[in-house]
Write a protein of this length. Structure first.
Length: 388
């Protein structure tokens, strides 16, 4: 650059301008160095915090590439930081695992909210464990989602315990169902044996007494009265056997179906308790499979037993209907109302029996007691394909 045509003052001004520019550049350089130093310091602090977390932690961009992982991540996954940073899940994990991670990341970014997931984790020897991951969307200054940050805790042992508990519950359900079937079969057998065998024996005995009575002389009144008393007693025993047989397993239930059996049960209940009952069924010719029929009848028996023993009611209303793929049984009384603590009391055998029968058929139950106003038991059972 030619400065020969400029005077001294002009040269001084230009030198001052250059010096100011140099100072600006120096200040910018110092500012840049300070920013870099601060960034390095922040990164060291971030790494110190992350590496002090016992759970796996990571940061991904919106395309799923890992930007940062902590020491627990590398230790638990048995992968080095070099094998992870800058790569996506598809490059690191088995295909099915990677697809699930990617799908959950997209759900998180789409929701713009923190979400908890239960995800598989594949170790170095292909061993599958389970982690509970909490994923949070990462936003820039404009509020745009630019990635995800996550933290995951090993829940393999908890998962095993849950699976073991689930298997145990299934085994208990199967055992309970088997015991219910055995009990119903035994009730049916005893009812049939009592009604057929013992009833027949007593009927023959009564017939023999009548035969003896016809052969007594007219002056044997005392003996005739004794025979009549014995005959009346046998009649009472036959009637008692009939009731016992019906309580064990109503023949109406097997021969005519659920609704006639319920009508008979309600009629007997009214005779024994004096509690007025009304019953309505829709449709009136409702027919169901054997298991559902038996369960509904036993549920009704348990509910009526609770009303008789605990409710102090004067009236009960029973509704049975098929609606939207469900069989709905509702028993209401106007008694004292069941207390809430009784609903979860394991000593409430009747309620427990009802709840177990409903659970075995994947049904629903709701029991509401209102003080001095009564109790309502509502049961919904799926209408099985075998029913009409």
């Amino acid at each position: 650059m030619d400065y020969t045509h400029k005077n001294k003052s002009q040269l001084i001004e230009e030198i001052e301008v250059l010096q100011a520019r140099i100072c600006q550049l120096e200040d910018c350089g110092k500012e840049t160095l300070e920013k870099e130093r601060l960034l390095r310091q922040i990164k060291r602090h971030q790494e110190a915090v992350l590496n002090n977390i016992p759970d796996m932690a990571w940061l991904k961009d919106k395309n799923g590439k890992y930007l940062l992982v902590n020491r627990s991540f590398t230790e638990i996954s048995h992968k080095s930081e070099k094998d992870i940073i800058g790569k996506t899940d598809a490059k690191i994990w088995p295909k099915d695992v990677a697809r699930q991670y990617n799908r959950n990341d997209k759900v998180t970014m789409g929701s713009r909210e923190r979400i908890k997931f239960e995800e598989p984790l594949t170790g170095s020897l292909g061993k599958i464990s389970w982690v509970e991951s909490v994923k949070t969307p990462l936003f820039n200054e404009q509020g745009e989602v630019v990635g995800t940050v996550g933290i995951a805790r090993d829940v393999t042992e908890r998962k095993k315990m849950e699976e073991h508990l689930q298997r145990s519950q299934e085994q208990l359900q199967n055992l309970s169902a088997h015991l219910n079937n055995l009990r119903e079969n035994e009730r049916t057998r005893i009812s049939r044996d009592i009604n057929e065998e013992l009833n027949q024996i007593l009927s023959v005995l009564k017939f023999d007494l009548a035969w003896v009575d016809t052969r007594l002389n007219g002056d044997q009144e005392a003996l005739k009265e004794k025979i009549q008393s014995m005959s009346d007693m046998i009649t009472s025993v036959i009637e008692w056997i009939r009731r016992l047989s019906q309580e064990l397993r109503p023949s109406l239930l097997d021969h005519l179906g659920l609704i006639p059996a319920i009508e008979w049960e309600i009629n007997e209940f009214e005779k024994q308790t004096g509690i007025d009952c009304s019953f309505q069924a829709r449709p009136a010719d409702l027919k169901l499979d054997e298991q559902t029929t038996t369960s509904l009848f036993r549920i009704l028996q348990e509910a009526l037993s609770n009303i008789r023993v605990h409710s102090q009611a004067s009236k009960s209303v029973i509704h049975l209907e098929r609606k939207n793929g469900w069989i709905i049984l509702q028993i209401t009384d106007n008694g004292v109302g069941i207390p809430n603590e009784k609903l979860t009391d394991s000593r409430s055998i009747g309620l427990t029996s009802i709840q177990e029968r409903v659970r075995l058929l994947q049904g629903k139950i709701k029991i509401i007691g209102t003080l001095n106003k009564g109790t309502r038991v509502s049961v919904k059972l799926p209408c099985t394909p075998g029913g009409n």
